[in-house]
Design a protein around this ligand. Structure first.
Ligand SMILES: [Zn+2]
Length: 267
């Protein structure tokens, strides 16, 4: 396997056209999107108050976790269901579409009220900012960097620094694609759900309904937890062995999408 600078991923004798701007120089959009996706892939487990994610950004993550656990009916239920995925996706969509016309608004105000020229400081402001997407990005990136242990312990708070810097990029100059944030969040959550569904514990996919899917009862745990337990118990070596490449693939897939619309020619 080789990663080349001109965005070609070669796997043995077959070449996958993938834009992977993360490694060589780091296109801001690709890095941001990939980290948001990785953060979103941890998000469903916010329903587990003593889990890694709930303990990742104290005290905030602990409070959030207790609230979510109560609303979603407990671990692997609401946040791991179709409804949960839709809620996370809707939240991402709303965030991406909630823009404040800060610079544009002030410049228009200056034009209509004076001699037509706005002060330099107003001229320098970005036309629009995306505050909700920025806040969510900061949280998801901070989750991702902290939990995936990209940083050594003695600089563990640097996760906030990384997250806030990229959050500023999202706030004033996000990738210019109508779905980039939605894709990153939804893909991350969906990969997490799939990963949990192939363990023996399964997930309450149709929460809050107790309706059953037309599959044999071996694919159910209890009344409502769907499972296709090819991976054994959560946390098993088998799970790690299979999920690590799947997570990487998700990130690569996202990077591919991002590169494609950022104008990179795929070879
Ligand atoms: Zn989970």
């Amino acid at each position: 396997m080789a990663l080349t600078g001109d965005y070609t991923l070669e796997l043995a004798d077959f070449s996958v056209p993938i834009g992977f701007g993360v490694l060589p120089v780091g296109d801001a959009g690709v890095v941001t999107g990939a980290l948001i996706c990785a953060g979103a892939a941890l998000l469903p487990d916010i329903d587990h108050p003593s889990g890694t994610v709930a303990r990742s950004l104290p005290p905030f993550s602990g409070w959030l976790s207790r609230i979510v656990a109560r609303l979603s009916g407990g671990h692997r239920r609401g946040t791991h269901s179709v409804i949960g995925l839709l809620v996370f996706t809707l939240l991402a969509w709303l965030s991406q579409n909630a823009a404040l016309p800060v610079g544009d608004g002030l410049r228009r105000l200056a034009q209509s009220s004076g001699d037509g020229s706005a002060p330099n400081v107003v001229e320098a402001l970005p036309g629009q900012v995306w505050p909700l997407a920025a806040v969510l990005s900061v949280l998801l990136i901070a989750f991702a960097v902290k939990v995936l242990a990209f940083l050594p312990d003695r600089i563990s708070h640097a996760n906030w620094l990384v997250a806030i810097c990229l959050g500023v990029v999202v706030a004033i100059k996000p990738p210019d694609h109508p779905w980039w944030f939605v894709i990153a969040v939804a893909l991350g959550c969906a990969v997490h759900m799939l990963g949990d569904m192939v363990t023996t514990q399964g997930i309450h996919l149709l929460w809050p309904l107790r309706t059953r899917l037309p599959v044999p009862s071996t694919f159910y745990r209890g009344k409502s937890f769907v499972r296709f337990p090819v991976l054994g118990k959560a946390g098993s070596g088998m799970e790690l062995a299979v999920l690590t490449p799947i997570s990487l693939y998700a990130v690569v897939g996202l990077a591919c999408a991002l590169a494609a619309w950022s104008g990179v020619t795929l070879s």
